[in-house]
Design a binder for this molecule. Structure first.
Ligand code: ATP
Ligand code: MG
Length: 80
């Protein structure tokens, strides 16, 4: 193992995602991140919740791992 290697490198976005921002959502999310506050996105399906996280992950230099939740996914698995 190489010390300091970015083991999550494959989960980092290389290019700026194609995303049309709405209102103050980027500033709001960034402020929450800087205060280490969790954010729950809650809007109708297909409105861009998952898409919004992509540019935020890139801006904040974070890897992005997407888990598609479904009714058989144990509740604890989503919160651990
Ligand atoms: N602001 C946006 N900028 C660019 N594309 C968008 C935007 N909002 C929605 N889209 C488009 O809508 C599609 C669905 O968005 P997304 O998958 O993020 O929805 P969602 O809110 O996560 O839905 P679900 O609740 O079903 O998970 C995206 O693949 C994208 O093509
Ligand atoms: Mg989604």
């Amino acid at each position: 193992m190489i010390l300091g290697a970015d083991r999550l490198g494959s989960y980092r976005l290389d290019a700026e995602p194609d995303y049309q921002a709405h209102g103050q959502e980027i500033a709001t999310f960034t402020a929450a991140y800087l205060e280490r506050l969790p954010v729950m996105l809650k809007r109708p399906t297909g409105c861009g919740k998952t898409r919004f996280i992509e540019p935020m992950a890139r801006r904040l230099g974070k890897p992005l791992i997407t888990v598609a939740a479904h009714e058989d996914l144990p509740r604890t698995a989503a919160t651990e």
